[in-house]
Design a protein around this ligand. Structure first.
Ligand SMILES: CC(C)(COP(=O)(O)OP(=O)(O)OC[C@H]1O[C@@H](n2cnc3c(N)ncnc32)[C@H](O)[C@@H]1OP(=O)(O)O)[C@@H](O)C(=O)NCCC(=O)NCCS
Length: 165
């Protein structure tokens, strides 16, 4: 499948069920956001929520929030508590691609588009937490490794990374 069949666009309310299905299938156990959290992210800041559509099917997405001050281990932020669309800092909450569509460069395409959109919006920094195996993916996109996270979200070990825009 080549890149010309992939469309990256802002999320729409009708994407909720498909995004929840992808999140549940791709993340391990408690790591996955609930349907309610995804609905809140769509409703609160659709500008920070993009999906990759491959031949008409949503195959993956990135969602996020913005803030003036970032506390990466803050669980409440995942429900957009503390989100302020004017905040210069961005926190990515999910980067996820459906298992059927993994390994084709979609996460990289989504991240590249996300970075461009945030830069255009005048944001100054993108922050994220990731598992150890994904550090090279984000490093390849220019993210710097910060530190092991204090978060034990989903009972797992996380690492903090950030990209200055
Ligand atoms: C992580 C995830 C989003 C990657 O999606 P993808 O579309 O398959 O990734 P891409 O094909 O764009 O791969 C981009 C790069 O990351 C690397 N990569 C992707 N998944 C990887 C993994 N599990 N382990 C090691 N490297 C990985 C690829 O090798 C590729 O590197 P390259 O450009 O040097 O070849 C996807 O596997 C997923 O949804 N996983 C479950 C959710 C998750 O853990 N998300 C990350 C949260 S921090």
């Amino acid at each position: 499948m080549n890149a010309s069949t992939t469309l990256i666009r802002q999320v729409l309310p009708g994407d909720l069920d498909r995004c929840f299905a992808i999140e549940s299938q791709s993340y391990e156990g408690d790591e996955a956001a609930t349907r309610e959290k995804i609905a809140t992210r769509i409703a609160t800041w659709p500008e920070g929520f993009i999906v990759a559509q491959v031949e008409g099917v949503v195959a993956g997405f990135i969602n996020s929030g913005a803030a003036f001050q970032v506390e990466m281990a803050d669980e409440a932020f995942k429900e957009m508590i503390g989100h302020d669309p004017d905040g210069p800092q961005v926190v990515i909450m999910s980067v996820v691609v459906h298992p059927d569509f993994q390994g084709r460069g979609l996460a990289k395409q989504l991240m590249t588009e996300f970075i461009a959109r945030m830069r255009e919006m005048g944001k100054v920094r993108i922050n994220l937490m990731c598992r150890e195996r994904h550090i090279p993916l984000y490093a390849g996109l220019g993210f710097a490794y910060l530190k092991p996270s204090e978060s034990d979200h989903g009972g797992l070990v996380w690492h903090e990374m950030a990209l200055d825009l």
